[in-house]
Design a protein around this ligand. Structure first.
Ligand code: DQA
Length: 151
């Protein structure tokens, strides 16, 4: 069975009560359940992990090598300055889709820069919880294409 890793960075454990006018009122558990349901329909297993700690996220990216087809990553604030996370993504061959609930490009200037953007496959931002679901659909399509190519 194919596996996708959904990784979430700092403060995303507070979704639902954290600045709901920006991030919406869905909790991370709600998002996880929606992803799990959709992935199950497509025969893909979802592993879900959230951490407020940079090193834990770096470990998770490193450990995904060989066991995971795709990483869906909302690196939260680490997006903007974690060279360690960027280097971990560049070090593994697992494709990564960058996710943001908010449209980081229309917010404060410091959020316009993503240090991980140059090493990910692409970015889905600005659609609230649907950013996760959209990224999942893209990963499912890409997985289908990858499987087709090796047939
Ligand atoms: C975020 C955007 C980041 O700038 C912010 O630090 C977050 C969440 C988003 O999902 O919109 O924590 O990644």
């Amino acid at each position: 069975m194919s596996k996708f890793l959904v990784l979430n960075g700092p403060n995303l454990n507070l979704l639902g009560k954290r600045e709901p006018e920006i991030y919406g009122d869905m909790t991370l558990t709600d998002i996880r359940e929606r992803l799990r349901k959709r992935a199950a329909e497509a025969g893909v297993e979802i592993e879900f992990f959230q951490s407020n700690h940079e090193g834990a996220l770096v470990d998770a990216v490193q450990n995904a090598e060989g066991s995971t087809e795709f990483i869906l990553l909302n690196a939260a604030a680490f997006t903007h300055y974690s060279i360690a996370l960027r280097d971990a993504i560049a070090a593994v061959s697992v494709p990564v889709i960058e996710i943001h609930l908010s449209n980081i490009h229309r917010r404060e200037k410091f959020r316009h820069t993503s240090v991980i953007a140059p090493v990910v496959m692409g970015q889905v931002a600005g659609f609230g919880a649907e950013s996760y679901l959209g990224a999942l659909e893209i990963a499912l399509m890409k997985l289908g294409a990858m499987k087709e190519a090796v047939r």
